[in-house]
Design a protein around this ligand. Structure first.
Ligand SMILES: NC(=O)c1ccc[n+]([C@@H]2O[C@H](COP(=O)([O-])OP(=O)(O)OC[C@H]3O[C@@H](n4cnc5c(N)ncnc54)[C@H](OP(=O)(O)O)[C@@H]3O)[C@@H](O)[C@H]2O)c1
Length: 263
């Protein structure tokens, strides 16, 4: 199936590993030119090299922290200097730390807001003039099923990510006239370093092995396995493509059936 992504320019935030990297890889596989960004420069350059080597497309690596306004501006500026525009923006960032309400002071709330909501606002602000000039574009926010079913001990994620969903729905309405589509993708449990770390910590706390906790998690998932980063990337690529040209303002989970709500 031709997804119409050949030659398109995509920025994928937080993309040196995990779902961000898998998304950049999957867009590159469709022939898109991709900007990748993350804080650890060495790891970012390795990821860029791997994507380039595997798919033979142009990849721009911009070391950047999505919580820094100047970095966000630089990422978009360097992308546009290189390729003239931006067609696709995938918003992503690290996850906020775990904890319950009593663990959180103002500084922690502020950091989570800056990491997961303000970074999205800033990236959208920077790409909009270019998408409008190009006559359209696609914005996809990678969030979490925590916006549908709150996760235990993750009050920052449960709260701040819901703000991104509100932002996205409003943007989808405001930007439709500009030909810009805005959608959200919600991963369930996906095997990345972040999940490995969280399961590892929990195993330690409960005096169980990593494998025991992994099996318990898999038993809760109707499709019977923890997802791969590529499972999420495939959905993002579809939403980024012309095949999803009539889809905007939606929030789709990629979770093996974990969320049991009907909508
Ligand atoms: N894995 C899951 O099961 C799961 C499920 C639902 C939601 N999520 C959420 O999905 C997002 C991606 O998760 P993942 O599992 O793919 O994580 P991951 O494998 O740990 O990768 C995170 C990526 O984000 C980059 N990053 C982190 N903070 C950044 C910042 N401030 N500025 C720029 N880049 C940054 C990291 O590179 P640097 O550290 O070098 O910057 C890395 O490339 C997170 O928000 C996570 O909470 C994950």
């Amino acid at each position: 199936m031709d997804l119409g992504l050949k030659g398109k320019v995509a920025i994928v935030a937080a993309s040196s590993k995990g779902m961000g990297k898998a998304t950049a890889m999957a867009l590159a596989a469709e022939g898109s030119r991709v900007t990748v960004l993350a804080r650890d420069e060495a790891q970012l350059r390795r990821a860029a090299e791997e994507i380039r080597g595997r798919h033979g497309v142009e990849v721009l690596a911009v070391p950047a922290d999505v919580t820094h306004a100047d970095d966000v501006k630089r990422v978009v500026r360097e992308t546009v200097e290189r390729w003239g525009t931006v067609h696709v923006l995938v918003n992503n960032a690290g996850g906020p730390p775990g904890g319950v309400f009593d663990d959180m002071d103002d500084a922690k709330w502020q950091s989570a807001y800056e990491l997961n909501l303000l970074s999205t606002i800033r990236l959208v602000r920077e790409v909009l003039p270019h998408m409008r000039k190009a006559g359209g574009g696609v914005i996809i926010n990678l969030q979490s099923t925590s916006v549908k079913v709150p996760l235990d001990n993750l009050i920052l994620s449960n709260t701040i990510r819901s703000g991104v969903i509100g932002l996205a729905k409003s943007l989808s309405l405001e930007l439709a006239k500009d030909g810009i589509r805005v959608n959200n993708v919600l991963p369930g449990a996906i095997m990345t370093d972040r999940l490995r770390q969280m399961v590892g910590l929990r195993a330690q706390k409960l005096g169980k092995t990593f494998e025991e906790l992994q099996r318990a998690r898999e038993a809760e998932i109707p499709l019977g396995r923890i997802g791969e980063p590529e499972d999420v990337a495939n959905m993002i690529v579809f939403l980024a493509s012309d095949r999803a040209r009539y889809v905007t303002g939606v929030t789709v989970q990629v979770d093996g059936g974990l969320v049991r709500s009907m909508l």
